[in-house]
Ligand binder design. Structure first.
Ligand SMILES: CC(C)(COP(=O)(O)OP(=O)(O)OC[C@H]1O[C@@H](n2cnc3c(N)ncnc32)[C@H](O)[C@@H]1OP(=O)(O)O)[C@@H](O)C(=O)NCCC(=O)NCCS
Length: 150
């Protein structure tokens, strides 16, 4: 758990899901449903964390750890908190968490049209290693990104 005067990263609970879904709906054309989020609370390979800023739910991240590899399944920052470094900070926190668990590599998929996320991941050292054709809305390709965690 990360604690600072105004910023806290802590495990999500059922009580957070409604507010997480508010952010999810503001962030994606095809948002995850409540069942997806609930499932991740109890999925043994899943880590579901939220970032609170001054007690407001500002961002969330869900990542999976499989032995020495991890995968970011979902991450979003509330529009009111974007472009202030919180996305980068949360992903960096995930890197540290995964390193402590012995993970050597982290992967994710990003919509080729998602410029903000592509820039974020490029800045954070991810490289494109593959593509899934028409993965989003049967229209846009998913780029598969990876980054070593040393
Ligand atoms: C992608 C997202 C998580 C970035 O969060 P954020 O807190 O706004 O990002 P940060 O302020 O930490 O920005 C870090 C870097 O990301 C890139 N970036 C962020 N927003 C951007 C934008 N609107 N346009 C272009 N690049 C952007 C920049 O490279 C930025 O670095 P810089 O400030 O030095 O230019 C946020 O836009 C979001 O929640 N989007 C909707 C959900 C989503 O797309 N999730 C990713 C799915 S793979």
């Amino acid at each position: 758990m990360e604690t600072e005067p105004d910023i806290r990263i802590r495990p999500a609970s059922e009580q957070d899901i409604e507010r997480v879904i508010d952010i999810e709906k503001l962030s994606f054309n095809i948002p995850w449903t409540i069942d997806f989020f609930k499932h991740e609370l109890y999925n043994p390979v899943s880590f579901f964390y939220i970032m609170e800023i001054q007690n407001k739910l500002a961002a969330y991240v869900i990542f999976w750890i499989f032995k020495d590899e991890s995968h970011i399944a979902n991450v979003a920052v509330h529009p009111g908190f974007r472009k202030r470094g919180y996305g980068e900070r949360l992903v960096n926190w995930v890197f540290d968490f995964c390193r402590r668990k012995g993970t050597k590599m982290i992967t994710l998929e990003v919509n080729e049209m998602n410029t903000a996320a592509r820039n974020l991941y490029r800045k954070m050292g991810f490289k494109i290693v593959g593509k899934r054709a028409r993965y989003y809305e049967n229209k846009y390709d998913a780029l598969i990104l990876t980054r070593e965690l040393k």
